[in-house]
Write a protein that binds this ligand. Structure first.
Ligand SMILES: [Zn+2]
Ligand SMILES: [Zn+2]
Length: 365
């Protein structure tokens, strides 16, 4: 039987045994390189990538602000098809389309069984892909603990419908969830990048009444109104004073920090009402301190909570249900599309924040 075009590609890949991958070589040094196609060990799966994207965390990595080892393939958000299954992985079919979360917990260690799957094996331990093991900005990647981490994608959902659930939606929603937003709560979300926008959406889904969204970029503020913000505020115009004025000096029940810098953290603390929760999901890459006058001497019953993106197939399944039932649509966040061959251009655009870029879809053929 003659091979289909797509099967010919497969055959070539298998015989050549190499693939293209985005490899980190040191601060400011990363490029597309040829690497061997990974093999599945027991419990692993090899995924052939269809769609990936670039995360703000990848930018921290390429700048050398978040340490990873030289030679690592970066990227941690992917939709693909099952190419190989290791021993012990059951209930899946070859060629099946799956979403893999950015965080791939084992599901068996003490933190996992204690409910902190993102901290699998130790602090930040659940984040393996593109951090401690080769990531997904490649033609193929290896998923460890595949049984816990391959989420089958319903046929009628496109890759673009679900790709952003792998990280930014899961992270943004977790900011709202960790903030324990109650029906009618007033919420402020500091920074409206992709994660902040998803935090705003999460606050709306959880039943917040007023949602203040703060950013410097008017385009992002416009998008935040679409995602559920009731008031958009420019970060350049004293957002703390604005929020305190608009809440008659009360402040907000939940303040979400979605950038990872001193100013937004401080502002989040300064608008927090006594008993309120500061929910932080930004990735901090410098010194962070608590301003005394915003901290009420540590006596205001306030909570500061941090969360790393929840992963695992059950989290992905539930987030896909939100898309299936049309409770949300994340596609407006995918503002640009590139092929893997042109991913360095995509990095430039994403880093520049020009042309209204929010997230870039990277197609892998
Ligand atoms: Zn990320
Ligand atoms: Zn674990």
């Amino acid at each position: 039987m003659p091979l289909l075009e797509s099967e010919k590609d497969d055959a070539e890949q298998l015989t050549s045994g190499t693939m293209k991958a985005v490899v980190f070589r040191g601060p400011g040094q990363f490029q597309l390189e040829a690497k061997p196609v990974p093999k599945a060990g027991p419990g692993d799966a090899i995924i052939r990538v269809r769609l990936t994207t670039i995360c703000g965390t990848d930018i921290h990595i390429i700048r050398g602000e978040y340490p990873v080892h030289s030679g690592l393939t970066i990227g941690h958000e992917a939709v693909g098809t099952i190419h190989e299954l290791g021993a012990g992985v059951t209930g899946y079919k070859m060629g099946q389309r799956v979403l893999v979360g950015a965080i791939t917990p084992c599901g068996q260690c003490e933190p996992c069984l204690g409910g902190h799957t993102s901290q699998c094996g130790g602090p930040i331990g659940g984040w393996r892909l593109g951090n401690t093991i080769d990531g997904v900005q490649a033609e193929y990647f290896r998923v460890p603990f595949a049984q816990a981490n391959l989420a089958a994608i319903p046929d009628h959902l496109a890759d673009e419908d679900v790709i952003l659930l792998a990280d930014i939606a899961s992270t943004g929603f977790s900011a709202a969830e960790s903030g324990k937003i109650r029906l009618g709560d007033t919420v402020a979300v500091f920074a409206q990048g992709p994660i902040g926008l998803c935090a705003t959406l999460g606050a709306r889904l959880m039943g917040a009444s007023e949602i203040f969204a703060i950013d410097t970029d008017p385009n992002r503020l416009k998008m935040s109104a679409q995602f559920g913000a009731t008031v958009t505020l420019s970060a350049d115009r004293d957002p703390v004073k604005e929020i305190m004025d608009r809440t008659n000096g009360r402040g907000v029940d939940v303040a979400i920090e979605a950038l990872g810098v001193q100013t937004t953290f401080e502002n989040a603390l300064r608008v927090l009402t006594p008993g309120g929760i500061l929910s932080s999901v930004g990735v901090y890459s410098g010194h962070l301190s608590i301003p005394l006058e915003g901290f009420h001497a540590g006596l205001a019953d306030q909570t500061i909570v941090t969360t790393l993106c929840p992963g695992g197939k059950e989290r992905m399944r539930r987030l896909m249900r939100l898309v299936e039932t049309k409770r949300m649509n994340l596609r407006p966040l995918l503002t640009h599309t590139f092929d893997l061959e042109n991913i360095l251009e995509a990095y430039k655009l994403f880093e520049s924040r020009q042309q209204g870029v929010l997230k870039v879809a990277i197609r892998v053929k």
